[in-house]
Design a protein around this ligand. Structure first.
Ligand code: TXA
Ligand code: MG
Length: 310
């Protein structure tokens, strides 16, 4: 995608004034503000209607800049070298003299940190002198945005500016790993756990117990298109939309598919936009076929499961 410097300048100016701007990333769009500014961060919570106890994730250009705010260890550096910039978020310890707003962390002493790969957002980060707090650009508990139109649908004119960056290439949020002690996955995401395991070469725990919520991305109802979803469906009910992983031979008006050939990467990229489309097409419920539980299919199933707790 061509980089439009005038657009980036516009976003930069607003961010400098503690305004919020939607930014494109390779995972999903983010609703960004200056992570050092209480005013900007308060605006993010208000716009998203996000509970105050759900901390924000912060985006940096590189680990040199992050050094001012967080402590590193060798596992972090190994994963950083291999996967950053990219779809992985690290939970790190904050340094005492960090300038990160207390609003970002809900006064915790840890910070969720990501290095986005999208060239437009990287260019923006190069041109500002603060990191960007940017949770996914959607209303709290709803489906994330993977295009500027999605952001517009959710927020209308309430968001001062949307930096155009095309459709997000991954389409699922980042994988979150708490890397401070024994590595623990807090949220499945766009980077497969097997790839992380290969680099760290040690046991990686996966946080499953949702009664002990350490990352509110683990809240039960999340990623919801706003209508009920049934999973692993074999028999479709009348008037339901049917979502399959690949294009079926039979093609009815209420049939939707995630990828022509059933490719999981493509399915991940199309998941949220297809859920939004079905809602827009006025269906009142969605029946989803069984999705293979491997690779990115695991993340797709995780999101659908949470979205089905309607
Ligand atoms: O791909 C992504 O991660 C996207 C793009 C925009 O970067 N962002 C995103 O943000 O998905 P959000 O806020 O929707 O999800 C971040 C998750 C939240 O569930 C939040 O609870 C968790 O990260 N989180 C933030 N700070 C944390 C912390 N200190 N400890 C544990 N979890 C944390
Ligand atoms: Mg989110």
């Amino acid at each position: 995608m061509k980089i439009n410097l005038a657009n980036i300048k516009k976003a930069q100016k607003l961010l400098n004034k503690s305004e919020c701007v939607a930014i494109p990333t390779e995972t999903v769009y983010g609703l960004a503000g200056n992570a050092y500014s209480d005013i900007a961060c308060k605006k993010i919570y208000k716009l998203k209607k996000r509970p105050k106890n759900n901390p924000l994730i912060v985006h940096y250009l590189n680990n040199q800049i992050l050094k001012k705010d967080c402590k590193f260890n060798s596992d972090f550096l190994k994963l950083y070298k291999k996967f950053c910039p990219g779809p992985i978020t690290f939970i790190l310890d904050l340094k005492k003299n960090s300038k990160i707003s207390k609003i970002v962390t809900n006064k915790k002493n840890t910070l969720a940190v990501r290095f986005p790969k999208h060239p437009i957002t990287r260019n923006l980060l190069k041109n500002i002198n603060f990191p960007l707090a940017a949770p996914s650009a959607n209303l709290s508990s709803k489906v994330s945005s993977v295009s500027s139109d999605d952001v517009r649908d959710d927020f209308g004119k309430k968001v001062k500016y949307i930096l155009e960056g095309g459709k997000s290439s991954i389409g699922l949020e980042s994988t979150i790993i708490d890397i401070r002690k024994k590595p623990k996955i807090l949220r499945l995401g766009g980077l497969e756990i097997s790839a992380i395991k290969k680099i760290l070469n040690k046991k990686i725990n996966i946080h499953k117990n949702s009664s002990k919520i350490s990352s509110p991305g683990q809240f039960k109802l999340h990623y919801s298109p706003g209508i009920p979803i049934r999973l692993n469906v074999k028999q479709i009910k009348k008037k339901e939309a049917y979502l399959s992983i690949k294009k079926l031979k039979q093609n009815k008006q209420n049939f939707y598919f995630l990828s022509k050939s059933g490719n999981l990467k493509e399915a991940a990229k199309n998941l949220y936009s297809t859920l939004r489309k079905i809602k827009k097409d006025k269906y009142k419920s969605i029946a989803v076929c069984k999705i293979p539980n491997k690779g990115l299919g695991k993340t797709i199933n995780d999101r659908l499961k949470r979205a089905s707790k309607f």
